[in-house]
Design a protein around this ligand. Structure first.
Ligand code: GUN
Ligand code: ZN
Length: 475
């Protein structure tokens, strides 16, 4: 699907919700969003007389109308960190923690992507999955295989999902069967992927390349430096992991004894840029956070993975208070779900664990300060994520000039209590969220956040183009 194919001029009618700031979720019950042929929002109305809307806008009298019933439009989710080749391992972590989990599950699976046939099947399936959960932009790690990485970019472009796609670099402390032969080959192969991705989408509006050193323990200092130089030469995004697990942090100290901290290892390699996405960032010192803030690098918070691998609870409130840009990442298959909605729930839970961390914290007023609200979690899932992946002026909310990356959410109603027409048949059984007719607009969103899943997401658009729909989408 070419990125520049025009879409049909459309007015989206009905309720919409989006985060206008970290703390504030705006819900409009009778809205209209006019989306032009370039997939850009041309007008936003908040109290709409349905009959009238087409007439009131010059040149829109014959525009297509798409209405949402029993639900609302919501900005598409941004997944700022996930591993597409780990999809087959989703849900498998047993009692491992990061380093033995990598050896037991991750490296054997990733190495099998030397098979293009396997890569094609798994990547096609995973991109469909993330889209079906409302993810319109995704920062993907692929594997060290150039052809399979390029194939992932092809698949994202064909499906119309915005993506950052990175070839993983690792030239030490990984099994011999799955390791870069040299610094030169790691840099050359990364360059080949950058050139390929830029050749298939020169405009960079759907797929973009991202330089991907796996993490400091699996890269020599010269490999990191080579990739830092490549980032400068190509002005590409960078993604890696930082300070996820205490054993990993100890290993970094051992491997880089002259570096002041884990974060400084990346700083010394010129890898901390405003286009750098650092995943996890759980055990950072105040100095490391200050350095990240100064460099303008961004953080991907991956709470489901952090609990699954018992890595720790990231103190997100501190990051936000210090002005660091934060988004959410599913981190499949450390994380066990491709859903950013699920991740938003985990972000809220994790913030509560931080609040309850010690009896003193639980008893003090500090606990409320640590807790993320529903609105804040949704902000991280949309606008926060958009800022992490360099799209803050283009997606994440409903303003004139933003591109229409959106999901349509529908909720079920129990006919005897709510709407007689009951959206999904008897007992609302085909959707995960039941409405009983008493819920305010805010309560509908709350119910979705805590009980919704991919069955609630009935259609997804990227730049105004429909890229996913279920049987419950009625145009
Ligand atoms: N650190 C290095 N590689 C990985 C990975 O694949 N997943 C996670 N969660 N952490 C990592
Ligand atoms: Zn990861």
């Amino acid at each position: 699907m070419a990125a520049s194919v025009p879409v049909e001029k459309t007015i989206y009618l009905g309720a919409f919700a989006h985060c206008v700031s970290l703390a504030e979720l705006e819900i409009v019950e009778k809205g209209a969003l006019g989306v032009n042929e370039q997939g850009v929002i041309s007008f936003v109305e908040k109290e709409v007389d349905v009959e009238d809307v087409r007439k009131r806008h010059d040149g829109w009298h014959d525009a297509r109308i798409v209405s949402v019933k029993d639900g609302f439009f919501f900005p598409g989710f941004i997944d700022t960190h996930t591993h597409a080749p780990q999809h087959p391992n989703t849900g498998l972590f047993g009692k491992t923690t990061l380093l033995d989990w990598l050896d037991k599950y991750t490296f054997p699976m990733e190495s099998s992507f030397s098979s293009l046939d396997k890569a094609s099947r798994i990547y096609t399936n995973f991109v469909s999955r993330t889209l079906s959960h409302g993810t319109t932009t995704c920062a993907y790690y692929a594997t060290r295989h150039v052809e399979a990485t390029n194939l992932l970019a092809d698949i994202c472009l064909a499906r119309g999902q915005r993506a950052l796609v990175g070839r993983v670099c690792m030239d030490r402390l990984s099994p011999e069967y799955y390791r870069d032969e040299s610094v030169e080959s790691a840099v050359q192969d990364s360059k080949a992927c950058i050139n390929y991705v830029r050749s298939i989408d020169a405009e960079g509006s759907i797929v973009r390349p991202i330089i991907t050193p796996r993490f400091a323990p699996s890269c020599t200092a010269s490999c990191l430096a080579g990739l830092g130089k490549l980032a400068q030469e190509t002005d590409a995004f960078v993604q890696t992991h930082v300070s996820e697990n205490t054993s990993e942090c100890a290993l970094v100290k051992e491997l880089f004894p002259d570096s002041e901290s884990y974060t400084h290892v990346y700083e010394e390699a010129s890898l901390l840029t405003p286009k750098t996405i650092l995943a996890h960032a759980i055990h950072l010192s105040a100095e490391e956070r200050k350095l990240i803030k100064e460099r303008g690098s961004k953080i991907s918070h991956c709470p489901a993975s952090n609990t699954a691998l018992t890595s720790g609870c990231c103190p997100v409130r501190e990051l936000l208070n210090e002005g660091i840009t934060v988004g959410l990442g599913t981190d499949v298959s450390g994380g066990f779900s491709p859903s950013i909605l699920e991740e938003a729930r985990h972000a809220i839970w994790t913030s509560r664990f931080v609040a309850m961390g010690t009896p003193a914290a639980a008893a003090s007023s500090l606990n409320n300060a640590a807790k993320l609200s529903t609105a804040e979690a949704l902000y991280l899932a949309t606008r926060g994520g958009a800022a992490v992946v360099g799209l803050k002026d283009r997606v994440g909310g409903f303003e004139v000039g933003k591109e229409f990356d959106v999901q349509m959410i529908r909720l079920g109603s129990v006919p005897e209590y709510g709407d007689k027409e009951g959206a999904f048949g008897e007992n609302g059984a085909s959707g995960p969220v039941d409405l009983f007719g008493f819920e305010s607009a805010e309560e509908k969103v709350e119910k979705w956040v805590y009980s919704g899943d991919d069955r609630s997401c009935v259609a997804v658009w990227v730049r105004g183009r429909l890229v996913h729909k279920t049987a419950r989408y009625e145009a």
